[in-house]
Ligand binder design. Sequence first.
Ligand SMILES: Cc1cc2nc3c(=O)[nH]c(=O)nc-3n(C[C@H](O)[C@H](O)[C@H](O)COP(=O)(O)OP(=O)(O)OC[C@H]3O[C@@H](n4cnc5c(N)ncnc54)[C@H](O)[C@@H]3O)c2cc1C
Length: 361
Amino acid sequence: MRDFVVVGAGPAGARFARSAAERGRDVLVLEQGEIGKPLACSGHVSLDVWEYVPDDARDRLFQNDIRGARFHLGGAGSRAYPFHRDDPISNAVDRVALDRTLARAAADAGADVRDGHTVTAVEEGRDGVTVTARGPDGTERFDARVVVGADGPRSRVRDECGLPEPDEFLHGVLGFDPDPDDEDFVDVHLTVPGFFAWRIPRGEAGVEYGLAVSPGDDPNGRFDRLVDGYDAAIDRRCSGLIPVGPPPRVTGKRSLLVGDAAGQTKPFTGGGILYGMRAADHAARTVDPARPETLGDYEDAWRDALRTDQRLGTAVRAGYSLPDPVQRLGLRAFSGEIGVHMDEPTTLFSREQLRAMLPGG
Ligand SMILES: Cc1cc2nc3c(=O)[nH]c(=O)nc-3n(C[C@H](O)[C@H](O)[C@H](O)COP(=O)(O)OP(=O)(O)OC[C@H]3O[C@@H](n4cnc5c(N)ncnc54)[C@H](O)[C@@H]3O)c2cc1C
């Protein structure tokens, strides 16, 4: 019997597998498709991402440095309220290559990583869990002490184990214009209900446009209007779900969820790569597969680590729905140099940020 069967080799699953294997656990990872595909993510991350990948992967993954954001209350060409810093705040990275790199690191640590395996059923018993998967050799069953649902926003493991869903799902749409652009500002348009639309320069990889809204709020029509405003030539599009608001419980009798499956995203950006990997480390550290009662330690540990930033992120997101005149006042007051860490809205209230907001600060 394995210690862990991990379902899904995205950032959260691959990171969990690596951390657990490094602790000497026997880990099997089952990924339904080809690792990293299909792409449904901007790969716009804080610099913390480099702590999670081997040094020699940086050149392969890096696309562009981002030093600031221009906020707009209208579409392309509308007045911009810039927020910036001298040093890079974030990076655009190749998300497909990131997933492959993280999965390779898990395999190098000793995890057994298998693609082409779609998990179709999970049965939790008193002494273990049985995971059924459809693979190249037909249907196979795998026994483990604990199953890890790292299978994204529409988690099969979550459903099979009867665990609750995140509060909300947004529908994100992305499109790429292949014209290179190494400018170091992203554009953020507060023009869609409850969220925002964006433009990210990705260096040689071109420019990405995107937005996220509730599924009934015409994401595709809104996306068309966004790129028309920029006169962009989009040559490929993709879309995906963004879970917002973690469910009250992400552990079962012999199961745990991590990453998007557990709603471990930033409510004000939808970003989940780093939160999912941080939570994955907490899971690998706290859960002893031979003692399922330690699953509760994981519930406590990841919520302690992310609770404050997720709550503040929810408050920041509420600002996207304020009336235009109030948003204008807020953007005028806050724009300029910033000292904020992209994954930590608590830094909005840090000494560094307050100093940056003082005249000449
Ligand atoms: C449009 C959009 C833009 C985004 N931009 C950003 C961004 O710029 N920065 C950021 O940090 N985050 C961003 N995100 C969020 C980010 O993509 C997710 O938070 C992140 O991918 C979550 O990682 P994960 O490992 O939990 O899930 P995933 O990356 O979704 O990985 C889950 C894996 O499980 C596999 N799987 C699913 N079901 C099964 C099954 N039954 N059997 C086997 N395998 C299965 C899937 O194939 C997949 O490989 C964006 C999301 C969207 C939709």
